[in-house]
Design a binder for this molecule. Structure first.
Ligand code: KG4
Ligand code: ZN
Length: 347
């Protein structure tokens, strides 16, 4: 049996995670130690606490990933680790652990851009999916439409000019008293709300722009909540959640469809591989039920093939890092022990 095993580590925010993959797509284990209950008390991620918890968790999580996969260090061919973007104090723990393992065990190591990791969650979900493809990336720190030209190369067509969409979910959740983590809470509450009761303005920016702006909608929600309070009226949080969600989802869906259409028209009436009518989605907000539903409807209508990562791979995990590590190592080889962590790392 010709196996190539990667042990991957992810610690960019508030999840300490490790996974073992065979090749780029087959997940043998996927362990996540979430710090959500710890940060919940503070209403958001406290970076210093996150680093300390990563330090406590990283070795046990790695050990469990090896055990769950039924392998030992002797079987591991590659170590992959997220080296950015993210919280710097959190990233350095994963990178230091990866370096330590690499040096002690003599195993090559490769640093992975977290965003390529998110995109790679689709390579695991769809074993036959290959670049080039267009990808909508929606997370707590990013909102981008990118053309993945190859496994390790992409062209960014648009991005947020202010808040990321996940950040908008989290901030709006705080405004209506839902707490952290806001995205899943709004998702759930919105199901019992009326999306048409309160209209929030959709921000599309210039015509033909694939950029986004989500900071204004948070202000709109705040203004709405304050004016209702001043008028002595109770707000209906479910209607606010549903109205907010509808506004952001509509923009994400329309811009993504527009990007697919534009690329299709640009490339010889659709003859090129790049212009296949396909849309891939990645990032924590890809778990959002309304976004998944609206994208499914729109893509059906527009005859676009839609790829949504399985739910467990949308939010931060190490399996996706293992997949991205495999493809990076295959083309670019290993990093050395001077590998550093970067809070800001371009796509
Ligand atoms: O990709 P991710 O786990 O971490 C980053 O790389 O940022 O994304 C986390 C973001 C958070 O803002 C969280 O609120 C949002 O994804 N999120 C959701 C849902 N699940 C997670 N947003 C909307 N609906 C969800 N179901
Ligand atoms: Zn992430």
């Amino acid at each position: 049996m010709n196996r190539f095993l990667t042990l991957a580590i992810e610690s960019s925010c508030d999840e300490t995670a490790a996974a073992v993959l065979d090749g780029g797509r087959r997940v043998l284990s996927n362990v996540i130690s979430s710090q959500v209950p710890i940060h919940e008390a503070y209403g958001g991620v406290v970076p210093e606490i996150a680093s300390r918890k990563h330090l406590e968790n990283v070795n046990p999580v790695v050990r469990k990933a090896l055990k769950d996969a039924g392998v030992t260090w002797d079987d591991i061919d590659l170590i992959g680790v997220t080296y950015g973007p993210g919280l710097i104090g959190a990233l350095v723990i994963g990178v230091a652990a990866a370096k330590g393992y690499s040096l002690a065990r003599g195993i090559p190591m490769v640093g992975v851009n977290h965003m390529y990791g998110h995109v790679a969650s689709n390579l695991i979900t769809y074993p036959d999916l290959e670049p080039p493809f267009l990808c909508l990336v929606v997370s707590g720190g990013h909102t981008n439409i990118v053309l993945m030209e190859d496994y390790n190369r992409c062209r960014v067509l648009g991005g947020t000019r202010d808040d990321a969409v996940g950040e908008a979910y989290d901030k709006v959740a705080r405004v209506i008293g839902l707490g952290y983590p806001g995205g899943p809470k709004i998702d759930k509450l919105a199901r019992s709300g009326d999306p048409d009761k309160i209209h929030f303005k959709r921000v599309y920016l210039e015509k033909d722009s694939f950029d986004f702006s989500f900071s204004g909608i948070k202000t709109q929600v705040m203004n709405y909540v304050n004016s209702e309070k001043q008028a002595g009226r109770e707000i209906n949080a479910a209607d606010v959640a549903a109205g907010f969600q509808e506004a952001v989802v509509e923009v994400l869906v329309n811009k993504s469809v527009e990007a697919v259409n534009q690329l299709f028209e640009e490339k010889n009436g659709g003859n090129s591989e790049v212009s296949k009518r396909r849309l891939v989605v990645a990032g924590g907000v890809a778990a959002n039920s309304r976004l998944r539903e609206a994208l499914t409807d729109a893509c059906k209508r527009e005859e676009i093939e839609l790829f949504l990562p399985e739910l467990g791979l949308c939010t931060d995990n190490a399996a996706m890092i293992g997949s991205a590590a495999y493809y990076k190592y295959r083309e670019e080889g290993p990093d050395d022990l001077t590998l550093d962590a970067y809070a800001d790392l371009e796509f």
